[in-house]
Write a protein that binds this ligand. Structure first.
Ligand code: C2E
Ligand code: MG
Ligand code: MG
Length: 701
């Protein structure tokens, strides 16, 4: 109001001044006209003087008027400015407080838009800023909550490995508080044994298994997976590591390895471990230019013990006898159980080039005496005799397979002579070897004679009984020999280049079968094909495989290649490259006979495999032995954790099936669903299923 009034007063004053000026000019004009009319031009000097006088008095008046007006104007302007400043200051103070609040980290209070509109734009901008900051703060807090909710330990480090942030799980794992960890190098928490090899750059681009040390000096195995944080802002650059406690998995792995290598009944090495150790002993003997002896031990008529007294008594007898043998073995001798009632031992450090038969014969006789002593089994006293066969390395054979074969042949010789005796291997005994040679030459003609056949064993989804594919298994139908299983002739084929030819034949056969199934069933499922090490080692393996898929026109994605754990780990680096190429072709890859090799699961993770097949030796006892049951369950869980499909092999009974289903094992195959079948029968199975009948549905309730 005051502003408006002052402005009006100012206008009135200015108007008065203007009217006054106007009147003066009018008076002057009139005067000039009068003088002009009277024609008294010569008196103009008088007129000018009158005019001058009049003008000077007018000028003073106006000057006064203008000065007054100006002062008034200044006063009014000052009043207006004062008022204006007063109206701006308060909102500005409020905004300043709001900014201080934001600076102090309080994003919660809403910033009001001030009344009267002064600073409204600024207030709105600040409110937007507050909302944004509040969002960011919430995101930051959410991140903290998420990190602290994780079961895995998380470490954020600088690019050099200095710990900048850890979550709750990290300090729980290590026993150090978060404060104690910040600012330390990540290597500080790595155990002494792993620290020297620990390299932060490598760790940030990899997944490692190592042990960390806790505050109280314990070591814990973890899988450590690192990533580089890519950020333009150097403050955020660094690495992030996730460490998972794998104690349980390591324990399970040790257990798997133990069970895979040791006989659970007698606690001595099983065939696999025995062969492995024998191989190493042969290498040692070669290096030190010494000889070694292999003693093959087979209990005579042991079947009768089982049949007469039952399997539990038979098991007890085996325990007693193996303990007795161990008691008799000289130092540095290894005893293993090769199968049921078959054992073997090797004796190292024999002088090469000398006749060691007398020394070994003495040991053999001691063993026979010890084994032949009667023992008590419940109410009964019984005794068992044995047959022993002995072969020497390098005289008789210089590799594991041949040495065992020769000692076995010698043992057979003892047995044929009535048992309870020992024999040394002689070349005349190698009838088996001769047979092998004959088989080998026959195998050469097997392909031409059309004696090879492909069988298919269905793979079942254990949730519902659906057939989801099958495994292709090779048979050799040799007149007079019946069906020879692959375990007998694949090793023969591997001794020559025949394996390559056979492998190619298998793939062609399976592709052709698959194509003919596709004519009748749109999706025959995934068929797996077994590959042996020698096949994978063939230089032209990839090109040949590729050309079979091209020629038959069946997509590789319909197939899965089964490779055993042991094959994978032999020359692992080359295998990774090869498998990557196979995978790139669209083939699926699986680890066959899992549990029987020597690798750790983490070592297997480097291969692009998608499926884990649990070896049938574990599945066999899963329904009755608590130990094996735990083992199978652990493998299933581990497989799932690693995103692998898990297939249980060799399901023979409903109890095994029920157990596997109870632990959510996804897939299975085995005799329970029928023996491996011909391609036509397999097709029939698929056709029935496509029409809506699940052949095995009944078993799945
Ligand atoms: P694998 O890949 O582990 O195959 C499973 C073996 O278990 C097969 O023996 C199968 O007939 C047998 N089987 C199936 N169900 C049951 C069951 O319920 N209980 C028991 N105890 N066994 C069962 P098969 O056919 O004698 O093959 C033996 C091995 O020979 C295979 O083991 C595989 O490693 C190899 N093999 C088979 N076909 C080929 C082939 O075409 N090429 C190569 N390189 N190897 C092959
Ligand atoms: Mg297989
Ligand atoms: Mg298998």
């Amino acid at each position: 109001m005051a502003t408006v009034a002052s402005a009006m007063l100012l206008i009135v004053l200015l108007m008065l001044a203007a009217i006054d000026l106007r009147l003066d000019i009018a008076a002057d004009t009139e005067l000039v006209q009068q003088v002009a009319a009277s024609q008294e031009l010569r008196r103009t000097g008088g007129i000018a003087a009158a005019l001058d006088e009049r003008r000077s008095s007018d000028f003073e008046r106006r000057l006064l008027l203008l000065a007054g007006g100006g002062l008034l104007l200044l006063g009014v302007a000052f009043a207006v400015a004062w008022r204006f400043a007063e109206r701006i200051e308060r909102p500005m103070e409020e905004l300043r407080d709001a900014v201080n609040q934001l600076a102090g980290g309080n994003w919660a209070t809403h910033i009001e838009t001030p009344e009267g509109g002064y600073g409204a734009g600024l207030a709105r901008a600040l409110e937007n800023l507050r909302l944004n900051l509040s969002d960011h703060a919430a995101t930051g807090r959410a991140l903290d909550i998420m990190l602290d909710s994780m079961n895995d330990a998380v470490f954020v480090t600088s690019p050099e490995g200095m710990i900048k942030r850890v979550n709750v799980a990290a300090s729980q794992l290590l026993g150090w508080s978060q404060g104690e960890l910040l600012g330390r190098e990540l290597a500080y928490v790595i155990s002494d044994q792993d620290r020297t090899n620990f390299n932060i750059e490598q760790a940030a681009n990899d997944m490692l298994e190592l042990t960390v040390r806790t505050k109280n000096g314990q070591t814990i195995p973890v899988s450590l997976s690192g990533s580089v944080i890519a950020a333009d802002d150097p403050r955020f650059q660094g690495c992030i590591f996730v460490a998972r406690n794998i104690t349980e998995r390591k324990r399970a792995e040790r257990r798997i390895r133990y069970l895979a290598r040791y006989d659970t009944l007698t606690k001595i090495p099983n065939r696999l471990q025995f062969q492995h150790s024998l191989q190493q002993a042969i290498a040692r003997a070669r290096k030190s230019d010494q000889a070694l002896a292999l003693v093959y031990i087979d209990l005579d008529h042991f079947k009768e013990v089982n049949d007469t007294f039952g399997h539990a008594a038979g098991d007890r007898a085996l325990e007693i006898l193996s303990e007795r043998m161990i008691g008799r073995m000289p130092n540095g001798t290894m005893l293993g159980r090769l199968a049921g009632d078959e054992f073997a031992a090797f004796i190292e450090n024999l002088p090469r080039g000398e006749d060691n038969r007398a020394a070994v014969a003495a040991l053999a006789r001691e063993l026979l005496d010890e084994l032949g002593r009667p023992f008590q089994l419940g109410q009964h006293e019984l005794y068992v005799t044995s047959s022993l066969g002995i072969a020497f390395c390098p005289q008789d054979a210089d590799n594991v397979v041949d040495l065992i074969r020769d000692a076995d042949a010698a043992m057979y010789h003892s047995k044929q002579n009535g048992g309870n005796s020992h024999s040394f291997f002689t070349t005349e005994m190698s009838a088996i070897a001769v047979e092998r040679l004959m088989l080998k030459s026959k195998l050469r003609r097997a392909i031409e004679r059309d004696e090879l056949m492909m069988f298919y064993q269905p793979k079942i989804d254990l949730r519902n009984g659906r057939v989801v594919g099958g495994e292709a298994l090779l048979r050799w139908r040799l007149a007079g020999h019946g069906d020879i299983p692959p375990m007998q002739f694949i090793p023969l084929a591997e001794e020559s280049n025949l394996i390559q030819e056979i492998g190619e034949w298998v793939l062609k056969r399976v592709c052709n079968d698959y194509r003919s199934w596709q004519d009748q069933v749109p999706k025959p499922g995934r068929i797996s094909i077994n590959l042996s090490l020698k096949q994978l080692r063939q230089a032209e393996f990839l090109t040949r495989y590729r050309s079979v898929f091209d020629d038959t026109g069946v997509a590789p994605s319909n197939f899965e290649l089964e490779i055993t754990e042991t094959t994978l780990m032999t020359d692992a680096r080359r295998m990774v490259r090869l498998l990557d190429e196979l995978y790139a072709m669209g083939l699926h890859l699986s680890i066959d006979d899992f549990g029987t090799g020597y690798s750790s699961l983490s070592a297997l993770q480097q291969f692009p495999v998608g499926t884990l097949k649990i070896d049938q030796s574990f599945v066999r006892h899963a329904a009755v032995s608590r130990e094996d049951a735990t083992l199978v369950r652990t493998i299933v869980e581990m497989g799932k954790n690693l995103d692998l499909e898990v297939v249980a092999e060799g399901i023979e009974s409903k109890e095994q099936l029920a157990y596997l289903r109870s632990i959510d094992c996804q897939y299975g195959q085995g005799r329970l669903f029928g023996e491996p079948m011909l391609a036509t029968d397999f097709l029939q199975l698929l056709v029935t299923q496509a029409r809506g009948t699940l052949r095995y549905g009944g078993m799945f309730g």
